[in-house]
Design a protein around this ligand. Sequence first.
Ligand SMILES: C[S@@+](CC[C@H](N)C(=O)[O-])C[C@H]1O[C@@H](n2cnc3c(N)ncnc32)[C@H](O)[C@@H]1O
Length: 363
Amino acid sequence: MTNPVSTYIIKRHDSTKDQSLRPYSAADEYLLQEYHRIIKEPVPTAIYHDRFGYLSCHMHATKPTVVVTNRSQEKAISSNLKTNNLPSAIFSNPLTTVDEELDFALIKIPKSLALFELFLQHITHNSTKGITVVCAFMTRHFSPKLIEIAARYFEGVEQSRAVKKARLMTLTKKKEVAIVEPIDTVEYNGQTYNQYWGVFSAKHIDYATQYFIVNLELKPDYKTILDLASGNGVIAKEISLRQPESEIHLMDDFYLAVESAKLNIKGERIHHHYDNDLSKFGDGTFDLIVTNPPFHVEYEISIDIPIQLFRESHRCLKVNGSLQIVANKHLNYMTHLKSIFSRVEILSENDKFVIYRCRKADW
Ligand SMILES: C[S@@+](CC[C@H](N)C(=O)[O-])C[C@H]1O[C@@H](n2cnc3c(N)ncnc32)[C@H](O)[C@@H]1O
């Protein structure tokens, strides 16, 4: 593989301050190289899991369908296209039928194997018989399960040699596979929760979340509540059962999480938001914000995103409003929270988890 130098300026457009985190990897470069090696005349093509837009920018001329799952991803791709004076992308998502049957697809393999499988199911039901799919991953992220999953959907599964610690897996001869609804169910506290493949904590409700639900503090005068980073909506659902009069908003960056939550919690007082920041909410909107915040995105661990969400939460809380956070103890958010809120207390803790209660003062 020659060493492709990006001809476009690609930035992450996220709140991370870690300069070592890059907007694309050798796996993205390898995918682009392979695309140009195989495809000489443009054919209907889709790109899956292009996190910040490296592929969308370099392939814009062939008008690919860009299948995204996160609002942050959509925003980063759009910003990078704009910065480079390129036209807007044609976005889709893995629950929607594409306009034209695909002949070719590129997948940057996500960390979630369930999401990888959802991508393959989406491709097999939106493509011609002769579809070729090229997937890329960093060799350190290889799992034999990738091959197992790929072989459920394709007869031909071939791996390339590794280049710059990245590897390709090329899939050909698609199988006839019946469509299944890509939803798992989880039981908790007498309720059944629906989860699209790839949504957080698929086998059981997360233990930190369970601890939070039992110990969070509710008051009848918490009229307007936000479940921030709401996943399948379990925290909001439990609150709605205890405070049916409250107006409850749920927000998540992951499209499949929001779509799952819509199946799990409905009603006149329930509002779903697919977003990755609080910019749509005015100052002083909420009495209570509850969150089990994200601290890793794909293989990257960073607390920059939750810290940014805590800052925005402060703005969006009413005076005397409360932000309640559950976290693994080792994350130690206390110092950061004290730099944002006038009063931070530990509401409850055990050997693994801690619940912080932060109050917004009137100064
Ligand atoms: C630890 S999970 C918690 C999910 C759910 N509240 C629960 O307890 O099961 C964190 C969630 O944060 C979401 N997320 C990540 N970054 C986000 C952001 N910037 N804004 C909103 N949600 C985000 C992820 O998609 C994920 O669903």
